[in-house]
Design a protein around this ligand. Structure first.
Ligand SMILES: [Zn+2]
Length: 317
């Protein structure tokens, strides 16, 4: 239920930004970002703000745009079509301008621009799209809706139901992740990783033409999730020390999602689940630091740090 309440807080901050407590929280931590698009936390922010940032991705996956004048809705990235997907998945072009709002794509007279649409989208999608009335200035501002209720208004119960459904939506044994007793931030991280939603260079490059898909650490391969967490040189060196030798071949041959679930189920022994999750979380954290912090140096003894934290977590259980 905890996450459903956090989502309620986020919902209120987005839809009732003038409430005093929303103003205070946003002014302190919001850093002028649009909470509908992203929510960032620093390690020294309050636990509440960090928890809100932790559920940001899941929250967004449950929101849909209700079109008003089309000035805020992002044409490619936001989910505003009736099928609940973003148009990004349907683009027929290699590169698209992801800064376009829906309003930007209309003709000068405010109609759907058929030339633009057919040049960028398959005909079936264009047909669905032009069936929607083009947004007009008189329609008022765009609004964010909640996908869990028919009224598009948020309720805690619907958020709870959506979260439960979401956990079960992708095949795999989520039980081992949900019953894990370690830090919530690591649990959430693994949840996002298992849904293949980490913002790697490879994923970001699909949205923005100025971002390279290549790994910025080794420069050898596309930076996919499995690359950061297993196949990049730093990761491989760590795993070779952690994984028992008779499991090595299997460990390095599974595909991303199978690999995550197999290891989260504690494939090797009882302690393995925690070691695996802690190691993945550290690999991602170190990857971020090496990109965003100029003075970051990689540790000499990363496996020691991982094993120590894993032991402390299991001891507290
Ligand atoms: Zn690499």
């Amino acid at each position: 239920m905890n996450e459903a309440f956090l989502m309620k807080i986020l919902w209120n901050m987005i839809n009732r930004p003038d409430d005093l407590w929303c103003k205070i929280l946003y002014n302190k931590y919001g850093r002028n970002t649009d909470l509908r698009v992203s929510i960032n936390a620093k390690s020294y922010d309050s636990p509440l703000w960090r928890a809100l940032a932790g559920i940001g991705d899941q929250f967004r996956s449950h929101t849909v745009w209700q079109m008003g004048n089309g000035q805020k809705v992002n044409f490619w990235l936001d989910k505003w079509m009736t099928d609940g997907h973003s148009l990004m998945n349907h683009s027929t072009q290699q590169m698209v301008d992801t800064t376009l709002t829906v309003k930007d794509t209309l003709t000068a007279t405010g109609e759907w621009d058929i030339n633009f649409l057919t040049a960028n989208l398959p005909l079936t999608i264009v047909n669905q799209l032009v069936a929607i009335p083009a947004p007009k200035d008189t329609d008022g501002p765009d609004a964010l809706g909640w996908s869990g209720t028919n009224t598009r208004q948020f309720t805690v119960q619907s958020a709870y139901n959506l979260q439960r459904g979401n956990y079960l939506s992708i095949d795999g044994n989520w039980k081992s992740l949900l019953s894990w007793k370690g830090p919530h931030r690591i649990q959430t991280f693994m949840w996002i990783a298992a849904h293949e939603r980490l913002l790697t260079n490879f994923r970001r490059s699909k949205w923005r033409s100025d971002i390279s898909p290549t790994c910025s650490v080794c420069g050898n391969e596309d930076e996919t999730i499995i690359h950061v967490l297993r196949d990049c040189i730093h990761a491989t060196q760590i795993w070779i020390r952690l994984v028992a030798s008779n499991h090595i071949t299997n460990f390095f041959s599974l595909t991303c999602r199978d690999w995550i679930f197999y290891n989260m189920e504690g494939a090797h022994n009882k302690e393995w689940q925690t070691i695996f999750m802690v190691a993945c979380w550290h690999l991602w954290t170190w990857r971020n630091k090496s990109i965003f912090e100029d003075d970051f140096r990689r540790l000499n003894n990363p496996t020691h740090v991982i094993l120590k934290m894993a032991m402390e977590i299991d001891r507290c259980e």
